[in-house]
Design a protein around this ligand. Structure first.
Ligand code: AHM
Ligand code: MG
Length: 335
């Protein structure tokens, strides 16, 4: 049996030996996210007993009906990050505005977070996730300013996701590749189980909500025709894998290759997914794993946020698959 004893904290310290100050901060902030993930993992597994399934009865800032677990997840991350003392504010899918946390001098970070990705899956015992990205504040003003909050994804110090599936797995990057940690429930600790997650250059699966296909750009409808037809080389058709949780679909791409896309459609000019706490963190992760993420036209990490809940069209996954998607979108097919 492999020896699985490296904790998330050990790993972060090892990766940032050259900058002990940064290592200590990352250890605390990532540790807080891991602590909230432990709480959430248990709450999700016990939700049928504790009355936490179902709708909460209100909507979030982008018009989604909130689930009780959305609110519980948001409060878990808020409590954990507030207790770190290092986070000045969080931008959360479940908060209308940036929520102020630490006020002291040490509160020098901003966290963007989707506390519960894929929350339509909560009542059907499907996978869900958490997505997060970490930025250093730019302004020294007492209150976080829009310069602190509205960022380009390329400025992230760290990003990652937690997948609450058959096991609970936290994958993250601090700019030196991507590693995965599985929650050992006996020890109550995330332990290194995937030293290096590398996204294969090409896969054989795609993930998208084909219910929206008629509203997509005609070039993307051609792309789906291309993916689903047989080719003499045997690389197509691609298999469809769509779970309703972006984190679960992306994790499959990181392990097996392939791509996920949520493009604009006739009713939603910018697609569905939110730049700051869904697309940008996952784009940082996938690039660090050798993959690619874009709007179809522009690298996600180059997009300057204009508002905290801004949406963008999104494609992410294996580099060759994403490039081909971009070519179809631009020209209607490969050159
Ligand atoms: P959520 O954070 O409100 O759950 O929304 C994001 C989710 C993604 O995880 C998933 O891929 C997508 O929305 C599913 O949307 P749709 O039901 O339109 O296919
Ligand atoms: Mg979400």
């Amino acid at each position: 049996m492999p020896d699985r004893t490296t904790t998330l904290a050990d790993h972060v310290r090892g990766r940032h030996r050259d900058d002990p100050g940064l290592a200590a901060d990352l250890e605390i902030v990532l540790g807080a996210i891991a602590a909230s993930a432990r709480t959430l993992s248990r709450a999700i597994r016990r939700a049928a007993f504790t009355g936490e399934l179902g709708l909460a009865g209100n909507e979030n800032a982008t018009g989604d009906a909130q689930k009780k677990l959305d609110l519980l997840a948001n409060e878990a991350v808020v409590a954990a990050l507030a207790s770190s003392g290092l986070v000045a504010a969080i931008v959360s899918e479940e908060e209308d505005t940036a929520r102020r946390l630490g006020t002291g001098k040490g509160a020098r970070y901003i966290v963007c977070i989707d506390p519960l990705d894929g929350s339509s899956n909560t009542d059907v015992d499907g996978c869900v996730g958490t997505i997060f990205g970490l930025y250093r504040r730019l302004d020294g003003a007492p209150e976080p300013t829009s310069r602190d909050l509205l960022r380009r994804g390329s400025e992230q110090l760290a990003a990652g996701y937690v997948l609450y599936g058959p096991s609970t797995l936290l994958a993250c990057t601090t700019g030196q590749g991507v590693s995965g940690f599985t929650l050992d429930e006996d020890r109550g600790e995330f332990l290194l189980t995937h030293e290096t997650l590398r996204c294969p250059p090409r896969g054989r699966c795609y993930s998208a909500n084909l219910g929206n296909l008629k509203g997509w750009h005609p070039h993307l409808r051609k792309y789906v025709d291309y993916l689903t037809e047989k080719d003499p080389g045997g690389r197509r058709p691609y298999s469809l894998r769509y779970t309703g949780a972006l984190v679960a679909d992306l994790h499959r791409s990181l392990i097996d290759g392939g791509l996920y896309f949520y493009p604009a459609d006739s009713a939603h000019a910018s697609g569905k997914l939110r730049l700051m706490y869904e697309c940008a963190p996952l784009a940082f992760v996938v690039e660090q794993a050798g993959g690619r993420a874009s709007t179809g036209m522009e690298r996600i990490l180059d997009v300057q946020a204009g508002s905290i809940h801004q949406r963008v069209p999104f494609v992410i996954g294996s580099v060759e698959d994403v490039i081909l998607y971009e070519r179809f979108l631009k020209d209607g097919g490969p050159a």
